[in-house]
Design a protein around this ligand. Structure first.
Ligand code: EPZ
Length: 428
């Protein structure tokens, strides 16, 4: 097991390049199941979640080739059932159902396990598939969908927490090969949904309205192979902006789409930072006194839940009372206990974290729990006195490509050590 040792209080400076988006690459790789032709996807980040998805696609019979950031997939003859243990480990694998259902008329995947950020139901996905004419059966922890032929229809896809990103992806992919026209109302508007739609259109799909709450898909007989470059990862970009806000002296993030980060850059401006945008680059500087703020997470274009933990780390040392409410995943606060071990003053009231800024945090051994909470602990360690030891760093590697190397290149001092070597590293 690996740990990270974050040596605090080293100022960050310079520029960093953002990788391709994990949450865009995952459904796009699954979409290659919709055709027998070869698909070439560029700017695929090197992450364990991506590795999982490629393993799943190989287990379905796809030919998969990876050369650095480019992945080639050919789904000529495929199976429609996946090994239980692989799918269970990663919720995003649910997005193979739509393509399998659309192309083969059946799909069997294990019900995604819950995870530390909360219950992860797929009821909206299954309701959407049923609306398209699929019969759904749940048995022995697997969900099986059967549909000799999908028929286009109108599907209302909002749940009590609003739209569903992977649910929108799944229904959109299935509908590309359904007979007739499908209207998805209450669709997710995330940039990753738009990126998937753009890839599907290159494959010959007929889709309008991606990026709005109403997406119209006119089914076609078959889809062809295509090439596509994945959009930049807006959450990685936001994470680096917050790292720079916490301990930066002028940091620029490059190869981004600033418009995808609008809610995050607005929040940072409100929190007292200067943000300059030039083309695909965003520069953040201190701008005098930091200010406490209140944030409510919402579906895009609102403030993303995937940036909630990172903002908790920043606001932990911002004088005054800040509040962050996670309306998407009300239980997504595993990081608070760890931040409090470092000296943060945070009270959780329902789905709202009330954060009273303290003058500084102290390094401590902390436990990573989910992908974004782990990133928040790295950010907290950057500003803490002493060393912060982060256990279970595999959570971070699921969604960040070499976050320690990228931060060290900006001036941080982060060591990645095997647990057994921990004592030597401390003596350095
Ligand atoms: C995607 O997950 C992202 N993952 C998540 O990022 C992100 O937090 C989430 O969207 C919200 O933006 C990927 O894209 C791979 P949802 P997804 O369906 O699609 C409820 C990260 O850190 N819901 O949009 O699984 C659900 O419980 C990850 O990169 C239902 O009730 O999330 C939640 O409260 C974490 N029924 C809300 O909707 C359903 O059938 C939004 O979930 C589906 C969802």
């Amino acid at each position: 097991m690996e740990k990270m040792l974050v040596h605090g209080r080293r100022p960050l400076q310079g520029s960093v390049k953002i990788s391709g988006s994990k949450n865009s690459a995952l459904p796009i790789l699954a979409a290659a199941l919709l055709t027998r032709d070869t698909c070439t996807i560029q700017r695929v980040p090197d992450l364990s979640d991506i590795h999982y998805m490629l393993t799943i696609l190989s287990s379905l019979g796809c030919e998969v080739e990876r050369a650095s950031g480019t992945v080639r997939i050919r789904a000529e003859n495929i199976r429609t059932e996946t090994p239980y243990d692989i799918v269970r480990k990663m919720r995003a694998s649910v997005c193979i159902m739509g393509p399998l259902l659309g192309r083969e008329g059946e799909a069997t995947v294990s019900l995604p396990g819950g995870c530390v950020i909360g219950d992860r139901p797929i009821d909206l996905h299954l309701k959407g598939f049923e609306s398209l004419g699929a019969a759904i059966r749940v048995q022995e922890g697997n969900v099986k969908a059967l549909a000799p032929g999908l028929k286009g229809t109108t599907i209302r896809l909002r749940g009590k927490q609003g739209s569903t990103v992977l649910g929108t992806d799944n229904i959109m992919m299935a509908a590309t090969l359904a007979e007739g026209v499908t209207l998805i109302e209450g669709a997710a508007e995330e940039p990753e949904v738009v990126d998937l739609a753009n890839f599907l259109i290159k494959m010959g799909a007929r889709i309008e309205g991606a990026g709005t709450s109403r997406i119209i898909i006119e089914g076609v007989r078959e889809l062809q192979g295509a090439e596509h470059e994945v959009i930049p990862d807006r959450i990685e970009a936001g994470t680096f902006l917050v790292a720079a806000a916490i301990s930066g002296q002028g940091v620029t993030i490059r190869q981004t789409v600033p418009d995808h980060l609008q809610s995050v850059t607005s929040a940072l401006r409100e929190a007292g930072f200067r943000i300059d945008i030039a083309g695909d680059a965003i520069t953040i500087n201190n701008n005098g006194k930091r200010r406490p703020i209140s944030i409510n997470t919402k579906p895009h274009p609102g403030f993303p839940t995937d940036m909630q933990a990172q903002m908790c780390a920043l606001l932990s040392t911002t004088e005054g009372l800040s509040k962050i409410t996670d309306n998407i995943f009300p239980q997504r606060f595993m990081h608070l206990a760890e931040l409090k071990r470092m000296g943060a003053d945070i009270e959780l009231e329902g789905a709202t974290a009330a954060i009273r800024g303290v003058s500084h945090l102290g390094g401590a051994p902390v436990m990573a729990s989910d992908l974004r909470a782990s990133a928040a602990l790295v950010l907290a360690g950057l500003q803490a006195d002493g060393i912060t030891e982060i256990n279970r760093v595999y959570h971070i590697d699921r969604g960040y490509e070499s976050i320690d190397e990228k931060l060290n290149a900006l001036g941080a001092h982060i060591e990645r050590v095997k647990s057994s070597h921990i004592k030597n590293a401390k003596s350095r």
